[in-house]
Design a protein around this ligand. Structure first.
Ligand code: AMP
Length: 282
């Protein structure tokens, strides 16, 4: 497995692979890799001939006061992890390599970025869609792999690729959880032992919601209130608890079939997100 830090080295390496007819898979990450990222890499290895993993803590998607400076950077450990899973190439550029001069060109997806995480993180999705477009153009992959963990990001990227006719496919992979249900996240390492216990309230709330829907409750407000009560019991500070359409991300009054239940909660200083969705109600 090779690690490259410059755009020209990355392009040359991918070109060499493509000359041999390789189908290229791409897994964009911010590093501090865990089994959630691992599942994307494993899926990419299964579905593609060559897998590129990018590790880049993208400054343009962090707002003022967010954790850009403290975000864990663990390139050596990450590289060993990627190698073990069968990735072929790591692209780990510096911020200067990705943004050599002031960025005057931005990619923005409207409407889908207004609510959920977009409401309290202005500019976040503009940073995500811009860096993903840059990375897609740099890597030239056939398929890019994203996690359902970031459900809004998944919907936004899908829409961007469709609206801009970008020449790659997007695959969304299921959420990987710890044994007790906590969704894996690079930010989980910020949690103290006591916060780690309280962080389970996100999953508990989502499971209670699923149970109530299965028992026939369809009213979104009633479901949201019940989830909020569970989170507040564990002193989670709620950013949002929302029930929205899976594709448009518009709030739903009732769950009829396809629905995304998404939440963002501060446990101490750490902001965690999680979600479940209903594809079809039996
Ligand atoms: P990040 O490094 O947090 O930017 O995440 C990189 C990719 O990994 C994104 O597509 C995430 O949705 C995905 N990801 C992060 N955590 C998980 C998880 N627990 N399960 C599945 N995918 C995940």
């Amino acid at each position: 497995m090779k690690i490259v830090h410059t755009i020209s080295d990355l392009r040359q390496s991918v070109l060499d692979m493509k000359k041999q007819g390789a189908k290229v898979g791409f897994v964009p990450t911010m590093g501090a890799l865990h089994a959630g990222h691992g599942s994307l890499i494993e899926t990419a290895v299964k579905e593609c001939d060559t897998v590129v993993v990018s590790i880049f803590v993208n400054p343009t998607q962090f707002g003022p006061g967010e954790d850009l400076d403290t975000y864990p950077r663990t390139l050596e450990v990450d590289a060993a992890f990627c190698d073990k899973l069968g990735a072929d190439l790591i692209f780990a550029p510096s911020a200067d390599e990705m943004y050599p001069s002031e960025q005057l060109t931005w990619v923005e997806v409207e409407k889908l970025t207004d609510g959920l995480c977009g409401a309290n993180r202005p500019g976040h999705f503009r940073g995500v869609t811009t860096v993903c477009t840059k990375l897609f153009n740099i890597v030239g992959a056939d398929i890019a792999f994203f996690g359902q963990k970031d459900a809004q990001q998944a919907a936004v990227i899908r829409r961007m690729v469709c609206d801009l006719n970008l020449p790659l496919k997007i695959r969304i992979c299921p959420i990987v959880r710890e044994a007790d249900g906590l969704a894996m996240s690079s930010r989980n390492r910020y949690l103290s032992a006591e916060e780690r216990k309280r962080a389970l309230c996100l999953h508990k709330a989502l499971m209670a919601c699923r149970e109530q829907v299965m028992a026939g409750q369809r009213d979104a407000n009633a479901l949201i209130d019940a989830m909020k009560a569970i989170i507040e019991q564990d002193q989670g500070e709620i950013d949002y608890v929302s029930i929205v359409d899976i594709e448009t991300l518009e709030p739903l009054n009732r769950i009829e079939e396809k629905a995304l239940i998404a939440l963002a909660v501060h446990i101490g200083p750490t902001r965690l997100i999680d979600n479940i969705y209903f594809d079809r109600l039996e």
